[in-house]
Design a protein around this ligand. Sequence first.
Ligand SMILES: [Zn+2]
Length: 450
Amino acid sequence: MFEPDAEAMPPEELARLQDQRLRALVSRLLALDGLQAQRLRAAGVTSSADVSVVDLPLLPMTGKEDLWKSYPFGMVGVEPQDVVAVHGSSGTGGRPTLVAYTRADLALWARMCARALAAAGATRASTVHNAYGYGLFTGGLGIHQGAVELGATVVPVSGGMTQRQVTLIRDLRPDILTCTPSYAIRLGEALAEAGVAPGEGLALRAGLFGAEPWSGEMRTRIEELLGLRALDIYGLSEVIGPGVAAECLEAADGLHVNEDHFLVEAIEPETGAPVPDGTLGELVFSTVTREALPLLRYRTGDVASLRHGTCECGRTLVKMSKVAGRRDDMLVLRGVNVYPSEVERVLLSSPAMCPDYLLVVDERQDARHLIVCCEYRTTGGGDSPSHGSRDPGVGPLPSAGELQSRLRAELGVSVQVRVLPSGTVPRSEVGKAVRVKRWQDGAAPLPGLD
Ligand SMILES: [Zn+2]
């Protein structure tokens, strides 16, 4: 553990610390007298003495709309000269979300990412191949600072230029890989094409993959392809970036939330009521130690469940499940709610299927239906029909009809399956993979689809 005193803190002590930090946050917000202070007063809170962690579900919430309305820096809680960095996301609908950091915020972020790397087994002797994009997106620089904080050697390769990445991985023999799960697949295929195989040319031991929802089946694929332990890391720029939560090597069955700094709740999205442990809900975070952007009960739109208890790794920090999806990504098909990651789980439970897929929501007629576009797995890289032949080791190939039956049985709704020629589904070189496309009018989103 990078910070054992915090990560394995006895629960009573942690609750006291959270209480104290929540009160400090509420005091600051009231003093800043902005939007969040107005909401607190409207809820009857006029002093920090009125609040405790137990009452957290009664306090007002904030959301992305608040950041948009106060764009760019209306919710920043420090003087402009104290801001040392800005990050954010390009956002949906072209509306960016910007997040400011003070020097102390950057130091906190580095420690959170160092915790995540250490939980994956990284040490000062490690080499971290960091293929998250560097820039406004928090992935690259967050992990970078975490690796430096830990004292490891970081290779800031960023996303894209896959051939150069293959060369660097072969020559520098990193033990830790950090990137999106979809890019891990792309890299694994490229390494296989270049004849760099796990156990021989590769020294990778663990990977921290995040910024996209991904299933346990995808984990198995990545682990086979790269010969490493694939762990999940979670974060969002509004809270701090990657490092809000991460899986440990020992259990690898959920992500420890750094709840000494980010108080977490799971709520029922419609009513706002807390959901019990183990039930999916929308994650809500309070950033109790952030300086530049103090947020009380920020709604993330990410859906996951929480689980309290001490882990076999010794951490007492609450665990969140893998993110099932974003509230906005949920597909409603004839009244049934489906997350793309659930389709992924069913599809990839067949070893013959390639990990790249695209869900096309056909909205050309009144009743929207889902077309699951997928490919059979090939050897020697699945990104080009001219390379690679069908992998003989994957067993019999399920027909589109068989896949449809499985999906109907598991998801409770009928979908169409189209198995397309290898290389049809676009692969992502940088940023997050596109898993869902809407087909409203005009040309089909993929060749061969009609
Ligand atoms: Zn653990």
